[in-house]
Design a protein around this ligand. Structure first.
Ligand SMILES: C[C@H](O)[C@H](O)[C@H]1CNC2=NC(N)=NC(=O)C2=N1
Length: 91
């Protein structure tokens, strides 16, 4: 079981534009075109499936909200901050 990161580690490793909300990290990506957001969400889902670590993805008309937490560990782990960086690379 992966270890939860402590508060200092989370603050240090959280990528720019991501926020911490309790046991989750979240970023909202904005898009001019709804279908661009849908395409991005699909790219995020493909990365998540490859890494076997799955975010919550909410698709709105001009933004996509991505939330990460490690359910089994009950908090934020290395996988979450690492995946955040991988998702940003899809942008
Ligand atoms: C059974 C459990 O869902 C799997 O081991 C994986 C799948 N994807 C996952 N995704 C996330 N975000 N957290 C997990 O703990 C997790 N576990």
């Amino acid at each position: 079981m992966p270890n939860r990161l402590d508060d200092d580690e989370i603050d240090r490793r959280l990528p720019d534009d991501w926020e911490r909300e309790g046991d989750e990290i979240v970023r909202v990506y904005t898009f001019d075109d709804y279908l661009d957001g849908v395409t991005f969400a699909t790219q995020v889902a493909e990365v998540a499936d490859e890494e076997f670590h799955h975010p919550e993805i909410r698709i709105r008309y001009d933004e996509v909200e991505v939330r990460l937490t490690s359910h089994e560990a009950g908090g934020i782990t290395d996988a979450d901050v690492r995946l955040a960086g991988l998702f940003d690379a899809e942008r």
